[in-house]
Design a protein around this ligand. Structure first.
Ligand SMILES: [Zn+2]
Length: 123
């Protein structure tokens, strides 16, 4: 370890033997860290609206997630989660849509076609 004031090698001593300066400015550094934390969390409010944005615009949510991953992890997570849910819902609804069309479609539309098709198309 080197002295903060005079720069000499002083080992693990609490005070510099050359100039007497304290080697560990614990109180001030802790306070600085706390201020940074508070500032970060103030800025990183992780509003639910970001999740809504990510849900409706998954691409924007994904981009914001990547951009804010380091600076605003909570907000980034909301965006990413919204985008993820949106993609999942999209995939699931697409699958359900195809399942309905392929499996249930012929049965439903077949019977409907017989019931309504004849009346609407022939009238
Ligand atoms: Zn010193």
């Amino acid at each position: 370890m080197f002295c903060r004031k005079c720069g000499k090698e002083i080992g693990d001593a609490a005070f510099c033997p050359f100039c007497g300066a304290p080697t560990k400015e614990e109180t001030s550094s802790v306070n600085e860290n706390k201020n940074v934390e508070v500032k970060k969390s103030d800025d990183d409010k992780a509003s639910g609206w970001w999740g809504v944005l990510g849900f409706f615009v998954p691409l924007a949510g994904l981009i914001l997630f990547l951009v804010w991953m380091d600076d605003k992890p909570k907000t980034a997570r909301k965006c990413g989660l919204g985008a993820l849910i949106s993609v999942c819902v999209g995939v699931v609804s697409t699958i359900l849509y195809f399942v309905l069309i392929v499996i249930l479609g012929p049965a439903i539309f077949g019977s409907l076609g017989i019931a309504f098709g004849t009346t609407t198309f022939l009238s």
